[in-house]
Design a protein around this ligand. Sequence first.
Ligand code: ADE
Length: 225
Amino acid sequence: MRIDIITVVPDLLKSPFEASIMKRSIDKGLVSVHFHNLRDYVTDNYRQVDDYQFGGGAGMVMMIEPIDKCISALKSQRDYDEVIYMTPDGETLNQGGANQLSLLKNIIILCGHYKGVDQRVRDHFITKEISIGDYVLSGGELGALILCDAVIRLIPGVLGNETSALTDSFQDNLLAPPIYTRPAEYKGWKVPDILTSGNFPKIESWREEQAYQRTKERRPDLLDD
Ligand code: ADE
């Protein structure tokens, strides 16, 4: 998968791709990530990418021209499956959405800043609008990182143990069951006997039951879907 991220603050984005799973996905050649500073697509001396709102109102708006230039330059080089805009009024990201995006080949992610982008950008260039939750961030960059992390770990070959993404919370609309590791007893707190019994069919049904109970208690809305 190729991910092109358009931003006014590329420095906010880079280091998470230099560690852990996201780095590994790049090192393995499964993902490539490219950052585009919107200011490189502006011709005026001040490298201004935003301007006042028509009709008045607080906050600056990102102008259409540099965004058009950047997206058009990218599109002239390859086809893109989606041009995503990170915005709090987009569709809320969930595991199903991450699964779908993980199947794509080329995506562009546009990070909003200030009050957001000129509506004509959304009308004419954007194919998908994503929010990471009902709260407002200072910009789309941190949301874009969360989106990238959620998507990249689902790409086949990225995680060492191929099955581990399949047993994540939300994969079956269920939260993950409790997990334990050694020691089997710590300060008198014991791991449930079933997990050390060696009876794998029983362990599997215990996990399913626990996942169901945890979902019922914490996220009953998931069971409605
Ligand atoms: N930009 C600002 N807030 C955001 C959010 N909640 N999700 C995605 N992008 C954003």
